[in-house]
Design a protein around this ligand. Structure first.
Ligand code: AMP
Length: 276
């Protein structure tokens, strides 16, 4: 595994690799990230990963400074996953002091759901991913469905800005009890983790209703709401949206994503499920 920390080294190493798939991450790697690395391998003979906790996608009251950074364990996981190129920049490398501000924004897609609750979040995500694409120049980029709005926005960015990159979605990896894997799960106390299970349980309960023939999304949303409130979670949103436009859908007669964001104590978690 080649490990590079600056942009010039990264470009030089990338040139030697041929067809390459990239998995961008913020580290604190878990099975979800590793599944994306495996998927990347199925799309290209060489796989790159990046680990960068991107300050520009965190709001002022969010967890940037306390975000987990277990770098030694992450390096070991990347080695095990046979990553060919690992890009580990620091914040000054990515955002040179004095660099002009550039905004990459897809307002129709980034003003709803997560974007509404985390103003500026997707600008930060698009900025860093556009930079990673320009630095690493992958042929394929793999992103998780766990962050389905992020996946949709980055696919749209690639299309709108003509990045010559194939964007591939990876399915959400869950713990055996259903909790979607997330680096932020580490923040949960055992009691909070129990409560957090309501999120996936709610989504699965709604999916079961959908399978029984219920199509009105307000009924599915109410089901999820009851399950979250039973555990006293603080709900940011429960939404039923079209996976392409991200607009609200009343009747689940075509593909619909049910998406949840909720807080358990001070930890904010998101999850979603596609009904089809
Ligand atoms: P993060 O390190 O949280 O920024 O995530 C890096 C990538 O891993 C993103 O494309 C996420 O969507 C993806 N990811 C995070 N959690 C999961 C999961 N449980 N299953 C699949 N992919 C995930």
């Amino acid at each position: 595994m080649i490990i590079v920390k600056n942009i010039e080294e990264c470009r030089a190493a990338r040139k030697k690799l041929g067809r390459l798939a990239l998995v961008p991450t913020m580290g604190a790697l878990h099975e979800g990230h590793l599944s994306l690395m495996m998927l990347a391998r199925a799309h290209a003979p060489k796989v790159a990963a990046s680990i960068f906790v991107n300050p520009t996608q965190f709001g002022p009251r969010e967890d940037y400074t306390k975000y987990p950074r277990p770098i030694e364990a992450d390096l070991e996981k990347c080695r095990q996953a046979e990553i060919d190129l690992l890009f580990l920049p620091d914040a000054d490398q990515m955002y040179m002091p004095g660099m002009a501000e550039v905004i990459v924004d897809l307002p129709q897609l980034s003003s709803v759901l997560e974007g509404k609750h985390r103003p500026g979040h997707f600008r930060g995500v698009c900025q860093v991913v556009a930079k990673l694409f320009n630095i690493i120049q992958p042929d394929v980029a793999v992103f998780g469905q766990k962050d389905f709005q992020q996946f949709r926005i980055l696919s749209a960015m690639v299309e709108a800005l003509d990045f010559p990159i194939e964007v591939v979605p990876g399915p959400t990896v869950r713990e055996p009890d259903g909790l979607a894997m997330s680096s932020r799960n580490q923040y949960l106390s055992p009691t909070d983790r129990e409560k957090a299970l309501a999120i996936s349980r709610g989504l699965f309960a709604a999916q079961a209703e959908f399978k029984k023939g219920i199509r009105q999304t307000n009924r599915l949303i109410t089901t999820i709401q009851h399950i979250l409130l039973e555990q006293h979670l603080s709900i940011d949103y429960i939404a039923a949206v079209d996976p392409i436009t991200l607009k609200h859908v009343d009747a689940a007669t075509g593909p619909v994503v049910l998406a949840v964001a909720a807080r358990v104590g001070t930890t904010r978690l998101i999850d979603n499920i596609t009904l089809a």
